[in-house]
Design a protein around this ligand. Structure first.
Ligand SMILES: Cc1cc2nc3c(=O)[nH]c(=O)nc-3n(C[C@H](O)[C@H](O)[C@H](O)COP(=O)(O)O)c2cc1C
Length: 215
């Protein structure tokens, strides 16, 4: 693959780097022998601003879930809404046996992470290295919440203030199993006013204004 420099982002930019707040992801872990595992997720969401926490759910018994319960950190990699990338997301989501490298099967490149053992996926423009904050098993799923400890991005995908350049990162959402292998672009944006007259509006907008920068 063509090599694009990765920028390490300072913690103050991690929140704005995970945008929109829910994204299609490929997540890597390692097993006890250090073997890399990867799987695809439509359920990955940024769930806290400062510090930045990311959550997702995995099927109980899946390799990533087992690795996390055995103590692995994880890396959230956000692919682009491009057919070649989405095809690789589909391959990474196949039920390969434990120990089989999904990255090799999909023709993806492992790039060492900065602070955790699981690798980044070089072809993805954004990476969030996480330690496990908590897990909860219910309804056949394991919910995992991770604390971001490092984040990096392709150098051409953010502006000088760490805001994503939407047409470069091309965030995607998964439509979900009932729609088959379909995805939607998650970077066509519009601002919406709050046409409501109550006192709640000003408090909310003041907080939003404090965080917002036109970009
Ligand atoms: C686009 C896509 C989205 C997926 N989203 C999820 C998800 O959010 N949660 C989940 O448990 N499995 C999801 N899957 C299925 C897992 O990726 C799949 O079960 C995978 O084999 C698990 O791998 P593992 O056993 O190596 O952890 C998704 C698959 C695809 C292709």
């Amino acid at each position: 693959m063509a090599s694009i420099a990765k920028l390490d982002q300072p913690a103050k930019y991690w929140d704005r780097l995970f945008a929109p707040s829910s994204c299609l992801a490929m997540i890597t872990t390692v097993d006890a022998q250090g073997r890399v595992n990867a799987a695809s997720y439509g359920t990955c969401t940024r769930v806290h601003h400062e510090p930045v926490y990311i959550a997702f759910t995995a099927n109980v018994g899946a390799d990533n879930a087992n690795n996390i319960l055995a103590g692995s950190d994880f890396v959230v990699n956000l692919p682009r809404f491009e057919s070649a990338s989405l095809e690789k997301v589909r391959i990474v989501g196949l039920p390969f046996a434990p120990g089989v490298s999904e990255l090799e099967k999909a023709g993806l490149t492992a790039l060492p992470a900065k602070l955790v053992k699981p690798p980044r996926i070089a072809e993805c423009p954004r990476h969030f290295e996480c330690t496990v904050e908590w897990t909860k098993e219910w309804a056949g799923r394991l919910m995992i919440v991770g604390k971001v400890v490092a984040a990096s991005v392709d150098a051409d995908c953010v502006d000088a203030d760490g805001y994503v350049i939407w047409d470069k990162v091309k965030s995607a959402h998964y439509c979900g199993a009932p729609y088959g292998g379909q995805f939607v672009a998650a970077y066509d944006k519009m601002a919406a006013a709050v046409p409501y007259d109550g006192p709640e509006v000003e408090t909310f907008l003041a907080r939003e204004r404090a965080m917002f920068k036109e970009h």
